[in-house]
Design a protein around this ligand. Structure first.
Ligand code: GLU
Length: 305
C-alpha cells in the first residue's frame, strides 16, 4: 500500500514536472506555467527620472539595465520557465513596476536567481542592484541590507502530504522531519521555538517539496504565500495546514546605505499601489492561487541606525 502510494507520488512528481515543461495542465487546474502574459499589466516608464544620490542607480544607468535578484522556483511569486528562461510571478511584477518607476524599461531587467541564504552577499558585493523574492524585513537583516516596503504581508505555515493527519500546526512537529530553506526566517523560527522538530535544510523550497512527495520529510515550512503555490500545483498530494504563526512582511532588499534608492523604491511602491498596478499585478499572479487581493501593508520609511 505504502509502496504503491510512493510510486504514485513519484509519478505525480514526474508528471507535474512534464506538465511544467510542456505547459499543459489538467483541465480546470491552476495554470502550470504561471500567469498568462496577456493578463499582466504593462507599466509606464518614468521619463527623465534621475537619482544622482544613489550609487546603485548610477551604476545601473551607465550599464543600461537593472540586475534584480529573484527566486525561480516559487509558483505565482517568482518562477522561471525552463523552456524560455523567462521569469513570472508577483515578485517579478514588483521588480518590473519599480524598475519602470526608476526610469528603466521593465523588458530590459536582467533577473538573477539568488537563494535565500545568499541574498545579503549578493547585495553587498554588487551582483544585484536590488532583490525581490519573498524577503522578510527584520532588524537582524537591516544591519546588513536596506529594505523598501513592505509590499506584502505573509505568515509562516506548514505544507504536508494530503494523507497526513498528525500535523495540524507547529505544536505537532516534535519528532517530525521538517524541511525549510537555509538562511530563511522560517528555518530559524523552527530552530528556536520548536527545537523538538528534526530540521532539514536545502537551498530551495522546491527541493523540500520533492522530499515531501517522496516521504523523505514530513512537512515543509515557510511562508503561506509560497506554500499555497506548491499545494495549488499538486492539489491531490499536498495541503497547507493550520494558521500562519508569524508575520513575514516582504521588502525589496537594497545595498545598505543606499537610502536614495530605498526611498525611491518606497515612492515607487506607493505610487503603484495608488494607481492600481499593484492590485492588477497581484490578480494576474498570486491571486491565481485563489486568495483575493488584500490591502497592501503601509510603507515603512525607517531611519537606518
Ligand atoms: N520570507 C522568509 C525569509 O525571508 C521565507 C521565504 C524565503 O526564504 O525567501 O526568509
Amino acid at each position: 500500500m505504502i509502496r504503491t502510494t510512493r510510486v504514485r507520488l513519484v509519478l505525480v512528481a514526474v508528471t507535474t514536472l512534464l506538465a511544467t515543461l510542456t505547459g499543459c495542465g489538467k483541465e480546470g487546474s491552476p495554470p502550470t506555467k504561471g500567469p498568462a502574459a496577456e493578463k499582466l499589466p504593462t507599466y509606464e516608464v518614468a521619463k527623465g527620472f534621475r537619482l544622482p544620490d544613489s550609487p546603485t542607480w548610477q551604476r545601473a544607468w551607465k550599464r543600461g539595465h537593472l540586475n534584480v535578484g529573484v527566486k525561480e522556483d516559487q509558483p505565482y511569486l517568482g518562477e522561471r520557465d525552463p523552456a524560455t528562461g523567462g521569469y513570472a510571478g508577483f515578485d517579478i511584477e514588483i521588480a518590473r513596476m519599480t524598475a519602470a518607476s526608476l526610469g528603466f524599461d521593465p523588458k530590459t531587467v536582467n533577473f538573477r536567481t539568488v537563494a535565500s541564504a545568499n541574498r545579503e552577499t549578493a547585495l553587498q558585493n554588487g551582483q544585484i542592484d536590488y532583490y525581490v523574492g519573498t524577503y522578510t524585513i527584520n532588524d537582524l537583516r537591516k544591519k546588513l541590507v536596506g529594505f523598501a516596503g513592505p509590499y506584502y504581508l505573509a505568515g509562516q505555515s506548514l505544507l504536508v502530504r494530503k494523507d497526513e493527519d498528525d500535523i495540524r500546526g507547529p505544536q505537532d512537529l516534535a519528532g517530525k522531519r521538517v524541511c525549510s530553506a537555509a538562511g530563511s526566517t522560517p528555518y530559524q523560527r523552527i530552530r528556536t521555538d520548536y527545537p523538538k522538530a528534526t530540521l532539514v535544510a536545502y537551498d530551495t523550497y522546491s527541493v523540500c517539496v520533492d522530499n515531501l512527495l517522496t516521504y523523505q520529510v514530513d512537512a515543509v515550512t515557510t511562508d503561506d504565500a509560497i506554500l499555497i503555490g506548491y499545494a495549488a500545483k499538486a492539489p491531490d498530494e499536498l495541503k497547507v495546514v493550520g494558521r500562519p504563526f508569524s508575520k513575514e512582511p516582504y521588502g525589496i532588499g537594497v545595498p545598505r546605505g543606499d537610502n536614495a534608492l530605498r526611498y525611491a523604491l518606497d515612492d515607487a511602491l506607493e505610487a503603484r499601489e495608488k494607481n492600481g498596478d499593484w492590485k492588477r499585478a497581484y490578480e494576474a499572479t498570486l491571486g491565481l492561487s485563489g486568495v483575493p487581493a488584500p490591502a497592501p501593508p503601509a510603507i515603512d520609511r525607517y531611519r537606518a541606525s
